[in-house]
Design a protein around this ligand. Sequence first.
Ligand code: ZN
Length: 266
Amino acid sequence: MGETESFACHVPDLPELAEVLQIGLKKNYADVQVSVVECPDLTQEPFRFPVKGICGKARIADVGGVPYLVPLARLDKIYNINAVAKEIELPGAFILGAGAVSHRTLGENAELILSVQAAYGDKAAVNGSYVARISPAGGGCVLEKYSDRYTDCDFGLLSNLYASRGEPGKPPEFSTCPLNTDEDVNLWLKFFEMRAPLICQSVFVSRDPGFDLRLEHTHCFSHHGEGGHYHTDTTPETVRYLGYFHPAELLYRIDRPKETHTVGRD
Ligand code: ZN
């Protein structure tokens, strides 16, 4: 799987974190309310996650990277969620985030919206991920449940993952989320306007301690057949975000590309 480096994050207490987010977000959004709340039951609508919360031994894993996709895709770069869970010393973790599919499994390039309860002991993994791909027929976007067609827990190229024990707890909640507005748009990307509500899985870090991290990565799914990689909102006057976040204690950098660049990080 490549080399793994790790870093202990500074974890501020939640009221302090809420205040910092409130001040920062207010610079970008008209109305912002950040508070420390009980995590909603994520097994319920609209989330339908396999676990109740996103707390307990929270970690971030940044696996692979954009240099494995651009300029040329490294199709040999294939990873496995259960192996990642062991690598971050949290077997059985609930892992969500944004990544790319395994070319070995799908034979194509597609967005992976990860939501997996990793295997633990003799308990098999529960894969609730979604795949968003371009339809070969109409050129539109198609969202599918991963487990409807595939049985593995693999992914390829890169992923930005948030892992926890999936326990209930108190994440700071905020009504909007920070955006990376870099307009470095790759021409091969296809953009679709999508309808709300979208359930977004954001993983972000406030600072790169020198691991060539992707600072923000958000994939979204819905229960109405739309999903993919989040770029920006198209209705800035009316858009509303409701977010539940929890700070990570540790960060793991797995299989960092040796040759790097800054293209395509949006
Ligand atoms: Zn993405």
